[in-house]
Every structure is written in C-alpha cells, then in structure tokens.
Design a protein around this ligand. Structure first.
Ligand code: FE
Length: 335
C-alpha cells in the first residue's frame, strides 16, 4: 500500500514537476480583444519563453468569473478597459497590489490605482468630434459649452449605459461638483438631435450623415472610421484647453495582478513588460491609442490629431463617483 502510494506520488511529481519548471506560464483574463493582445503575447513568449494562456470576454463576465472562482482561479492577470471597470475589480477584491518601481516609473500617477492594484497600459481620449461642413472649430470650447441652447437639436451621444460615459460624467463630478455637472448633463439631453446611440461609431456616422453636428467619442473610434472612410467630413476638437478648464477627459485600458495569482512572479514581469518601451508602442498602436508611458511616442496616425492637455485628475475618481454619475444621468433623462 505504502509502496503503491509512493509510486503514484513519484509518478505525479515526474509528470507535474518538470513541466511546471520548464514551461513557465501566465494566465490572462482579458476584456481587451484578442487581436489587440495576441501580437504582444506572441512577442513576449518569443522573447522570454514564457507561455501565455488567455481567455477574452466582456468586463462584467470576467469579473463575475474571477469572483466565483475565488482562490481556485487559474488567472494571474486581469486586463480590461476603462478605469471604472478596473476600480470595480479592485473594490471586488479580485486584484492584489503590485509595488513595482518599474510600473511606477512607466505609468503616470494619475493613470494608476493609488493603492497599486491596477495600472493603465494605454490611454484613450474621450473628446469632441464635429461636422466640418456645419461647425467651425471656433464655435467649440468645452464639454460644458455643449449644454448651451445654441446646440439644440445638434448633439448626438452614446447611451449612458456605457461605462465610458459614466466615467466622463464621474470625472466631471470630481471637477465641477454634482450640481454643476447635472446642469451640464441636462443641457446635453435637451440638445440631443436623436436618441442616444448604442456605440461610438454609430454616433460618429450620425454626424457624418448630417443627423447632428457634434458628438463625444473615444479617439480610436474616430481613427478607425476615418481609416475606413477618409473622406468623411469629421474632425477632432480638443475641449477644455484653457487655464482652469480641466483638460480633455482621458481614460485607460489597463490591468492588475489577480488576488490569487498562481504565477505571481511571471505575471508581474509580464505586466512590467507591457508598460515598457518595447511593448507600449504596439499596445497603444494596435488600437490607435496613446501609450501610457510618456517616454513612448504615439504612432504617426495618432500624433496627427494634434497635442492636447489632458485632465490630470486620478482616474480612481471615475470609480469613486460612478454610482453618483449613473444616478445623475438617470435623473437628467440620458438613456
Ligand atoms: Fe471601446
């Protein structure tokens, strides 16, 4: 009996031991789409020999899965979009802090969790896009100014159900306070030319089709659409550039180490590499975003949109004020 048990234990050790030692791996749960992460993972495996296994899904289901799996989860890293989602993951306890000088050096303070549980890896600006036939850029100034009655029947927006808009409004609450933000949002709703759209691309297409004159979208959707249809009469405007106006609302895609990461060391090394110069250009460039690492320049096609001053407020506020933002948008009638 004892011998038999010993033999089984020996066999198990032979099977499991060398495999784990020879083939280090990292398991990633990613809400960032496969075509945006696979080239990076392939490059990392090529460079280090570390195998990366991953699944992709929407942010909500991945968070639910991590919670349900608890300590038995095979996941090491969570990658997702929007600070609102990263903040929720941290609040839900599925992430653990990583105190890394590399990450602190590569990721600006306002684009990572003050408690080191998540780090931005790419930056997207949520900015104004206008119809170049019907709007002069001089007519535009701030997000708040789009609440002015002069824009009545001329504004298109995406649904308030999308976390991108919840984060935009949450960051406005952080900057302007709840009362002023509600006035602005009510003004936007009063100016809508059409019911809110299900995604940014549809809002852009509505402007191009003449249904409205101006909208608020993430820059990479603009980039994608203009790449497919370069003749569309659309242009980017960078709002809130004046002194004391806060700057353009930016957000991140990013990641964090899971609370029970089985391959902690390898996962931290991958996260650090993703924030470094070699990976950053690819990570941002694949989706026409801005590198989070200020030492890395955006691609030429993104740089062509021009420089802007970004809101320097820590993005954790997008999570902290999210519930208030959702209620505010509901009160104001933004569907
Ligand atoms: Fe998106």
């Amino acid at each position: 009996m004892t011998l038999k048990f010993a033999a089984i234990a020996w066999l198990a050790a032979v099977l499991a031991g060398p495999v784990a030692a020879a083939e280090p791996e990292v398991v990633v749960y990613s809400a960032r789409k496969e075509h945006l992460i696979k080239p990076l993972f392939d490059a990392y495996t090529e460079k280090t020999g570390v195998r990366i296994r991953y699944i992709t899904d929407k942010a909500g289901p991945l968070l639910a899965r991590l919670k349900a799996e608890g300590p038995r989860s095979p996941a090491d890293l969570l990658l997702t979009v929007d600070a609102g989602n990263l903040w929720h993951a941290a609040q839900a306890g599925v992430l653990q802090p990583v105190h890394s000088d590399v990450l602190k050096g590569n990721v600006p303070t306002h684009l990572r969790d003050p408690e080191d549980r998540w780090f931005g890896l790419s930056v997207r600006a949520r900015t104004i896009v206008y119809d170049t036939r019907r709007v002069q850029p001089e007519e535009l100034s701030t997000y708040e100014a789009l609440a002015d009655p002069r824009w009545k029947g001329r504004l298109c927006l995406r649904t308030s159900k999308k976390v991108y808009n919840q984060s935009l409004v949450a960051m406005m609450i952080a900057r302007l306070g709840e009362k002023r933000t509600e006035e602005v949002v009510r003004g936007w709703v009063a100016n809508l030319a059409a019911p809110p759209f299900s995604n940014d691309t549809k809002a852009l297409e509505a402007v191009a089709a003449g249904r409205c004159d101006v909208t608020i979208v993430n820059t990479y959707y603009f980039g994608r659409l203009m790449k497919a249809k370069p003749d569309l009469p659309l242009a980017i405007f960078w709002p809130n550039q004046g002194e004391g106006q806060g700057g353009v609302h930016v957000n991140v895609s990013g990641g964090g180490l899971t609370a029970h990461a089985p391959h902690r060391e390898e996962a931290v090394a991958l996260l650090e590499w993703l924030s470094g110069p070699q990976a950053q250009r690819m990570f941002a460039g694949l989706n026409m975003e801005y590198p989070v690492n200020p030492a890395v320049a955006p691609t030429a096609e993104v740089a062509a949109w021009g420089d802007f001053r970004a809101d320097p407020t820590n993005l954790a506020k997008a999570g902290e004020f999210q519930a208030r933002a959702v209620m505010l948008m509901d009160r104001a009638g933004w569907r």
